[in-house]
Design a protein around this ligand. Structure first.
Ligand code: NAI
Length: 487
């Protein structure tokens, strides 16, 4: 006999995770009894059982076997403690595309923006979320922001393909390339390149700060937004919240061989265990999963029942408004209300119109250019931890000039927190114990091999080099930023 069951691995997660997962799974099961759910371990339970990465082997195996994971939110300690399980899952599985629709269901769920319908597409692996952080001195801590050309090309192409296949008219790219000219500049440049190949879709760019403000105040100006990891994380929370409630938005994390579905919100420790959380965000994610699995008909049935439930005025606490709502329901009672309405459709809100596989296609990654730039080393930045009592850059410069004497490097400048303090520094500039000292090379060839001898000299005079960055040009264009205050 043919096996018609579809198996879905489910990781309930932490905080409100088990409650909203229970509600969501009950709705899915009622709509399609052929679905089979297997429960796997992530988050606190995994840590408590000694799994340091927070993801149990059963979870990895289930994703390998079934290609999807329906995941509840996971509590991640702030400041110290273990690394984010969400980031581990996204990066290990190569889920580089994060898609978050933020839709208003006004007037049934009160929103300051009736009719809002914005999709945020967020790069999901790179940026400061690469998680490469170092403490380099008593006073200075660093987080690396990594932006790659393949990473930009993949997510931006995905955004255009998504827009085209979902009849979206416009994509707005958001970056901060007025400040981060090299990293965010790359994202914006790649956006401009790829947009040329999609003349049917309008494209524009906004600096992220005004972009975030406008999403909050004028979301109707936007259709699809594509951005880097951190900005995307922030603006999708803003967009979900102003659409009506953070509890409403679902998200898809998509990679070449797997997909993970989770709500936009977190584990909400403030309302855990009280049966008041809105399960809709996870349910909306689960509907995207059904579409991904080729069950668009089931997704449409559930979504229509859900729309009818909120039209009928049955709301969880975050959606409840006495003038609009008929009844305040707990998490499980809300799920029951949706189950009761399976087979019914909304009377006023647009009906769900999912189509099979409209979420699973990832464009193939084909590098947009095979021109490789000629890379040439022209010097080095030495980062020093130097804590002389006076913190006088002239004293440090004197020591470095002496150390570099009879090497092939000149001391061009010293910066502190990116601000030039030598030569011609400003006494008002705050000086920490962390100094970036730029040494361009006087010769053209073999520069990388000479850097260690410069470092050895600097070490010999007792200075602590905490890090180096070689300075490269690419086709003669500098691949490094100028200092603040440098001409
Ligand atoms: P949060 O999203 O958990 O909560 C923010 C606010 O929204 C709280 O007032 C909460 O009660 C409310 N809220 C969230 N979901 C709701 C729902 N379904 N129904 C009704 N109200 C809801 O964000 P917070 O407090 O910043 O983070 C808590 C924990 O969640 C942290 O450990 C964080 O790292 C984690 N987190 C996990 C995510 C994930 O697993 N994908 C995403 C975001 C945060």
């Amino acid at each position: 006999m043919a096996n018609n069951t579809t198996t879905i691995p489910v990781a309930p997660g932490d905080g409100i995770g088990p409650e909203i997962t229970d509600a969501t799974v009950r709705i899915l099961q009622a709509a399609d009894p052929s679905l089979k759910f297997i429960y796997t371990t992530v988050g606190m339970k995994a840590y408590e059982s000694g799994i340091a990465a927070g993801v149990g082997d059963d979870t990895w195996q289930a994703i390998r076997d079934h290609g999807v994971l329906l995941k509840g939110p996971i509590t991640t300690p702030q400041g110290g403690g273990y690394k984010s399980v969400n980031v581990t899952l996204r990066k290990t599985l190569g889920l580089y595309a994060n898609m978050r629709p933020c839709i208003s269901y006004h007037p049934y769920v009160k929103s300051i923006h009736p009719g809002m319908d914005v999709v945020i597409i967020r790069e999901n692996e790179e940026d400061t979320y690469a998680g490469i952080e170092h403490r380099q001195s008593e006073e200075v801590y660093q987080c690396l922001k990594l932006i790659t050309r393949p990473g930009c090309e993949r997510i931006i192409r995905y955004a255009f393909e998504y827009a085209r296949s979902h009849n979206r008219k416009k994509i707005t790219c958001m970056t901060k390339d007025n400040i981060m000219k090299i990293t965010d500049g790359l994202f914006h440049d790649v956006f401009k390149e790829i947009s040329q190949q999609y003349p049917d879709i309008e494209s524009d760019h906004m600096i992220i700060d005004i972009g975030a403000a406008r999403i909050a105040s004028r979301p109707h100006d936007f259709d699809v937004v594509v951005t880097t990891n951190l900005y995307g994380d922030i603006i999708s929370d803003i967009a979900a919240e102003v659409s009506g409630s953070i509890g409403l938005a679902g998200s898809l994390n998509l990679g070449a061989g797997a997909a993970m579905f989770e709500a936009v919100h977190g584990s909400a420790p403030d309302i855990t265990g009280r049966d008041i959380a809105n399960p809709s965000g996870l349910l909306m994610s689960a509907l995207m999963m059904l579409v991904y699995l080729g069950k668009a008909d089931v997704a449409n049935t559930i979504h229509n029942a859900w729309l009818r439930t909120i039209e009928d005025g049955y709301h969880t606490r975050d959606m409840f408004k006495s003038e609009l709502s008929k009844d305040l329901l707990g998490t499980q009672a809300f799920a029951d209300a949706v189950i009761e309405r399976l087979g019914r459709v909304p009377l006023n809100l647009p009906h769900a119109e999912y189509q099979n596989n409209d979420l699973s296609t990832l464009p193939d990654y084909v590098p947009s250019t095979d021109n490789r730039a000629k890379k040439h080393c022209v010097g080095v930045d030495l980062f020093l931890n130097w804590d002389d009592q006076e913190r006088d850059p002239e004293i440090l410069a004197g020591m470095l000039l002496a150390a570099a004497n009879d090497t092939n490097f000149d001391l061009k400048m010293i910066t502190n927190r990116g601000v030039k303090v030598y030569p011609d520094g400003n006494p008002q500039t705050l000086k920490t114990d962390h100094w970036r000292c730029r040494f361009p090379s006087r010769v053209e060839e073999d520069i990388n091999r000479q850097i260690p001898s410069l470092m050895a000299r600097v070490n010999e005079i007792g200075l602590d080099i905490v890090k180096t960055e070689n300075l490269y040009t690419f086709d003669s264009e500098p691949g490094y930023s100028k200092a603040q205050g440098e001409g």
